[in-house]
Design a protein around this ligand. Structure first.
Ligand code: AMP
Ligand code: FE
Ligand code: FE
Ligand code: ZN
Length: 288
């Protein structure tokens, strides 16, 4: 807890090249600033290594930095992304789980590349060339390798085609159950928000009774204003959030050049940012 104050507008979901964004953490912060954002969170997939650079840049620009992460989870066949804010990055159980997810992602990406290599000119070395730092490897890096090879035009075309499970090259990776993911982050003093919980097409929504179980396990809230959520889904979750007095957020899910999402295209209200900060006990925001 702290009595320092932050200023909006706030964008609490952004990726750097420590996962599948295309810019380094400092560049992500400057992009946020250039789009009018004054409080931002870096939420790379399954790792926290970008925090220091992002925090330094944000503070030097007079912005507030909220440390975060987007933890990969899985409910049945659904990929579920759990945003965690202000947790202790040294928490042993959480670190062990993110290590396990990232390790398994490497072998999984190699398997996908091997599958694709049966039909296209693509090698693991091509993918390594697309990861500038020790990044959490994912399909976006394979997409970038396919672009570099001239096989597809951009990430979107790769995801609509070769990387889509229906094409037969896809392989899953290890991910914890969402209940485990929520408990791990909460036990590390963090606040949990389900990222883009009601996307159409790519994923279907988790059943409401399972979401109620997540709430009982300490879930903090939902990311409602996100370009991939359906309007119907947003209404359903807003009602659920009101019923349980949960936090609701809005954010860009910026990935640099990897997605059309622009910083600040959705924002989180000052009231909700304050609730996240007040609930968290794992670490503090970095103030200017
Ligand atoms: P993975 O976790 O390796 O299965 O890859 C999923 C990641 O790919 C997500 O974090 C998204 O940010 C990214 N992604 C999904 N669909 C697209 C798309 N159409 N264009 C660009 N990136 C995407
Ligand atoms: Fe991503
Ligand atoms: Fe996500
Ligand atoms: Zn994301």
């Amino acid at each position: 807890m702290t009595d320092r104050s932050f200023a909006g507008p706030s964008d609490l979901h952004m990726h750097s090249n420590h996962s599948d964004g295309t810019e380094n953490p400092g560049q992500v912060v400057r992009q946020a600033r250039d789009h009018g954002i004054r409080t931002m969170a870096l939420t790379d997939h399954d790792r926290t290594t970008g925090w220091d650079e992002a925090a330094r840049t944000a503070v030097s620009l007079g912005m507030t930095f909220i440390p975060g992460m987007e933890l990969s989870a899985k409910h049945q066949w659904r990929s579920v992304h759990v945003l965690g804010y202000l947790f202790d990055p040294e928490d042993a159980a959480l670190r062990a789980e993110t290590d396990r997810i990232r390790d398994d992602r490497v072998g999984r990406a190699e398997r996908i590349v091997r599958n694709i290599g049966r039909d296209y000119e693509l090698s693991w070395a091509d993918v390594l060339e697309q990861t500038t730092v020790d990044a959490t490897v994912g399909r976006p890096h394979i997409a970038d390798a396919l672009v570099a090879r001239g096989i597809v035009r951009d990430r979107a075309e790769a995801f609509d085609g070769i990387l889509h499970p229906r094409e037969g090259y896809y392989e899953p990776h290890y991910a914890p159950d969402p209940l485990t993911a929520v408990r791990l982050i909460a036990d590390a003093g963090g606040v949990t928000i389900i990222a883009h919980p009601v996307t159409s097409g790519r994923d279907r929504m988790m059943p409401l009774d399972f979401i109620e179980q997540l709430i009982a396990a300490g879930l903090g809230g939902f990311e409602i204003d996100h370009r991939e959520n359906t309007e119907q889904g947003k209404r359903t979750l807003q009602k659920l959030a009101s019923k349980h007095d949960l936090i609701v957020t809005g954010s860009s899910d910026y990935h640099g050049a990897g997605k059309p999402n622009r910083p600040g295209e959705n924002t989180t209200s000052d009231e909700m940012v304050a609730r996240i900060i007040a609930q968290a006990t794992g670490t503090s925001p970095r103030y200017p």
